[in-house]
Ligand binder design. Structure first.
Ligand code: HEM
Length: 644
C-alpha cells in the first residue's frame, strides 16, 4: 500500500477510521521505505512541527452528516478555495506530517480496494439485502413506471416501499464498524435502497386530495386490510407525502455508516464503482476479464458496462499512480539523470492516459445511450433539487442537498490533474493564459444554491471539482490533499524559479504591498517546476516536451469524454424517450386500474435550459473549461482541441 498501514490489509487499516479521521494522525506512524514520502524524509530532515491545518476540503465529512438548514448547499461547507496554504511564518507547510494519514491507496489496486468487496451483509442486515433483491426482481421502475407496468406491479412496488418504511431502525453492529468491507457494503445497499425508494415513487399529483367517499363505496363490502393499506399508500404517494424523504429505517443507519466512512449519505462513485465488483475466480486476482459488477438498478448490460468502464480505468490507472510516485522521488533529487528519468516516466504516463482514453471510448460497445439516459441515469439523481429530508436524523423541515454520483469523483483523474498541475481554479500563472485574477483571503461568498454555483463560471467550476472531493472516501480526499501540498521548495537550493512568463510578472505586480488582501500566486507543483526550470531550447533531457506530451494525452482524454457526454446526454435529451421510459402521470400511477394507453403517458419534461450533469453542472461549458484548463498548463504552444 502507498499508505502508512502497509503491512495490514485494507480492511484492518481502513477500519482505523472508526476511531475518527486519521488526518491529524500521530507521528509514530512509519512510511514504507519504498514510498516517495519516506525518501523525501530520508533525504531531507524536516522541521519538527505540529501538523499544519488541513485545507477545509480535506476535513472529515462529519459536518455533512449534521443537519443542514433547508436549502444550504454542501458546497457552503467548503469555505475558501483550498489552494496551498502559506503558513504564517512564510515557510512551506511541513507536508510530511500530513502523510501520517492512512490514504488507503494500494500499490496493486490504486483507489480500488485490494480485496474484493463483500457481496452480502447477512446477519441482522439480511432484511436490507432481501429488499434490494426484491427491488431488482420486481423490478422497481422510475416514477412508478411506464406503459409496460400494470396495476399489479404498481401495487407490488407500493408494498415494497411500505416494507422499507416498516423496517426496524437498526444500529450499526460491531462487525460493521470494525470491518470496512461490511461498512462499504452497507453504504452500497442503503444507497441503492434509498435511490430505489425515492425515485420509484410516482410524481405527486398537483392538488391531490384524499379520494372522496361515494355512496357506492358505502354500499360495497369493506375493503380487506391489505386493500385498505394499499389504497392509503396510493393516496399518500399521490399527495407527495413520502416524496424527497428518506425514511428513518434507511436514513439513520445510512447517515451513521456514511459518517463512519467519511462519505456523504448519497450514492457516490465509490459506491457504484470502487466497491461494487467481485472476482469470477479468486485465484486469478484483479484483471478486468476476471471482474464483474455486483449491483445495479436495472440489471441491464448497459448499466453493468457503464460502471465497468470506470472500474477498468481505475485499474489501468494504477500504473499512472506508480509513475507519479517514482517521478516525485526523482523530482526530489532533481539532477540531470533524475530529469531524464522523469521525462521517461512522463512519456509513459502519456501512454497510460492514451489507454484510459481507449477504455473510455469502449463505453459505446455495450452501453446503449438511450438506455443510459432514460433508463439508468435517473436512478442516480441526488438530493440537489429541494434536498432530501433524512427522517430520524434531521429536524423536521431540514433538507440536505447532495449531488448524485459522477465519475468527476474519480480520485485517479484528480490525482493526474494535481500531479501535472492542471489548475481548475484558474488562479495560477500560466504561459498560455492571460493574467489570473488575484487570489483573495477569506471565504468566497456563499452561492445561492449548488446550480448557481456551477453556472457561475470559471472560479466556481474549480469549486465544483473541489466539491467532488467531498464525495470521495475520506482517505482518498486526504491523499489528494497531501499530493497537492507536496513541495520541495525548502531544498538547500532555495525555492524554484517562478514561471518565466509575462503573465507571471503581471500577476506578481498585482500582489503588491498595497493590496494586503491578495495572496501570492500559488506555486507550481514539483514536476511542473522542474519542467519550467529546463530551458525551452534545451533538448538535453526532454522534460518540457514530455510534460507537455502528458498534458496533450490528458486533454485528448477530455476530448473523448466530451464526445461521450454529447452522445449519452446531449443527443438523448433532444429526443423523446423510448416508449418504455415514458413516465406514468401520478393519477394513473396511484390508481389501482389497468395501465393507460400509451398516448396518455406523460413524457418526461425536456431538460430546461442547458443539459445538466449528475453533479449539477451546465455540462458543456463545464467540460470545455476542464479541457482548456488542461491545455493552459502546457509550456509550449498547445495544439487545438477537437471540436465537440
Ligand atoms: C456514459 C458515460 C459518461 C457520461 C455521460 C459522463 C458525463 C459527465 C458529465 C455530464 C460530467 C460533468 C460533471 C457532472 O455534472 O457530473 C462529467 C464529469 C467528469 N467525468 Fe464523466 N461521464 C461518463 C463517463 C466517465 C468515465 C468513464 C470517466 C472516467 C473515470 C469520467 C470522468 C469524469 C471526470 C474526471 C469528470 C470531471 C470533469 C473533468 O475532469 O473533465 N466520466 N462526466
Amino acid at each position: 500500500m502507498l499508505n502508512a498501514a502497509a503491512s495490514s490489509s485494507s480492511s484492518s487499516s481502513s477500519s482505523s477510521s472508526s476511531a475518527g479521521p486519521s488526518h491529524a494522525a500521530t507521528l509514530d506512524w512509519a512510511v514504507p521505505p519504498s514510498h516517495f514520502l519516506a525518501q523525501q524524509g530520508a533525504f531531507k530532515p524536516r522541521r519538527e512541527a505540529s501538523p499544519p491545518p488541513l485545507p477545509a476540503h480535506a476535513l472529515p465529512l462529519a459536518e455533512l452528516a449534521q443537519a443542514l438548514p433547508a436549502g444550504m448547499p454542501a458546497a457552503a461547507l467548503l469555505g475558501p478555495t483550498p489552494l496551498r496554504a502559506a503558513p504564517a511564518d512564510g515557510a512551506m507547510p511541513d507536508t510530511s506530517t500530513v502523510a501520517a494519514a492512512d490514504f488507503d491507496v494500494d500499490v496493486l489496486s490504486g483507489f480500488l480496494p485490494p480485496e474484493a468487496p463483500l457481496r452480502r451483509l447477512g446477519g441482522e442486515y439480511e432484511a436490507w439485502e432481501e429488499l434490494l433483491d426484491a427491488a431488482q426482481r420486481l423490478p422497481l421502475m422510475q416514477g412508478a413506471g411506464g406503459a409496460a407496468v400494470d396495476a399489479t406491479q404498481r401495487r407490488a412496488a407500493r408494498a415494497w416501499r411500505r416494507s422499507i418504511r416498516e423496517l426496524p431502525v437498526l444500529p450499526l453492529s460491531p462487525l460493521l464498524l470494525g470491518d470496512v468491507r461490511h461498512a462499504r457494503r452497507a453504504h452500497l445497499v442503503l444507497s441503492f435502497l434509498a435511490h430505489f425508494y425515492l425515485h420509484s415513487q410516482p410524481a405527486p399529483a398537483v392538488g391531490a386530495r384524499p379520494a372522496p367517499r361515494t355512496w357506492r363505496s358505502f354500499l360495497s363490502a369493506a375493503p380487506s386490510p391489505a386493500d385498505a393499506a394499499d389504497a392509503a399508500d396510493a393516496d399518500a404517494e399521490a399527495r407527495g407525502v413520502y416524496a424527497e424523504t428518506v425514511p428513518a429505517p434507511l436514513a439513520v443507519p445510512w447517515v451513521a455508516v456514511s459518517q463512519h466512512l467519511d462519505l456523504p449519505p448519497i450514492l457516490t462513485y465509490a459506491t457504484t464503482v470502487l466497491w461494487n465488483w467481485y472476482l469470477v475466480d479468486e485465484a486469478r486476482g484483479l484483471t478486468p476479464d476476471n471482474m464483474r459488477i455486483a449491483t445495479t438498478f436495472t440489471g441491464t448490460r448497459s448499466e453493468e458496462h457503464f460502471y465497468f468502464v470506470s472500474l477498468a480505468i481505475e485499474l489501468r490507472g494504477v500504473e499512472a499512480l506508480k509513475l507519479m510516485r517514482v517521478s516525485l522521488d526523482e523530482a526530489f533529487v532533481a539532477d540531470a539523470l533524475a530529469r531524464r528519468r522523469i521525462a521517461a516516466y512522463l512519456r509513459r504516463i502519456a501512454a497510460v492516459v492514451d489507454e484510459l482514453r481507449a477504455l473510455l471510448r469502449s463505453m459505446s460497445a455495450h452501453c446503449d445511450p438511450a438506455t443510459f439516459y432514460w433508463g439508468i441515469r435517473p436512478w442516480f439523481r441526488g438530493a440537489d433539487g429541494g434536498g432530501w429530508h433524512y427522517e430520524g436524523v434531521d429536524a423536521p423541515g431540514t433538507h440536505r442537498r447532495l449531488t448524485g454520483p459522477s465519475a468527476g469523483q474519480s480520485s485517479l483523474i484528480h490525482a493526474l490533474d494535481v500531479f501535472l498541475d492542471v489548475d481548475h481554479s484558474q488562479t495560477k500563472p500560466r504561459v498560455n493564459r492571460p493574467v489570473p485574477p488575484l487570489r483573495r483571503r477569506g471565504p468566497p461568498a456563499a452561492p445561492a444554491d449548488a446550480h448557481d454555483e456551477a453556472e457561475a463560471g470559471a472560479t466556481q467550476n474549480a469549486t465544483f471539482m473541489e466539491r467532488m472531493q467531498l464525495y470521495m472516501p475520506g482517505h482518498h480526499r486526504a491523499f489528494l490533499t497531501h499530493l497537492r501540498n507536496l513541495s520541495f521548495d525548502d531544498s538547500p537550493d532555495g525555492p524554484p524559479a517562478p514561471e518565466p512568463t509575462e503573465s507571471d510578472a503581471a500577476s506578481a505586480s498585482g500582489t503588491s504591498d498595497d493590496d494586503e488582501d491578495a495572496l501570492p500566486p500559488a506555486p507550481s507543483h514539483p514536476i511542473r517546476t522542474l519542467a519550467l526550470a529546463t530551458p525551452p531550447a534545451g533538448k538535453q533531457d526532454g522534460l518540457r516536451a514530455a510534460y507537455d506530451a502528458a498534458l496533450v494525452s490528458l486533454r485528448q482524454l477530455r476530448d473523448e469524454h466530451m464526445r461521450i457526454a454529447t452522445l449519452y446526454i446531449i443527443s438523448q435529451a433532444r429526443r423523446p424517450p423510448p416508449a418504455q421510459y415514458a413516465v406514468l402521470p401520478a393519477s394513473f400511477a396511484g390508481a389501482p386500474a389497468a395501465a393507460p394507453a400509451l398516448e396518455t403517458l406523460a413524457t418526461p419534461p425536456p431538460a430546461a435550459g442547458a443539459p445538466k450533469g449528475t453533479g449539477g453542472t451546465d455540462l458543456v461549458s463545464f467540460l470545455k473549461e476542464c479541457r482548456s484548463n488542461t491545455l493552459d498548463a502546457m509550456l509550449g504552444p498547445g495544439d487545438s482541441p477537437q471540436p465537440l
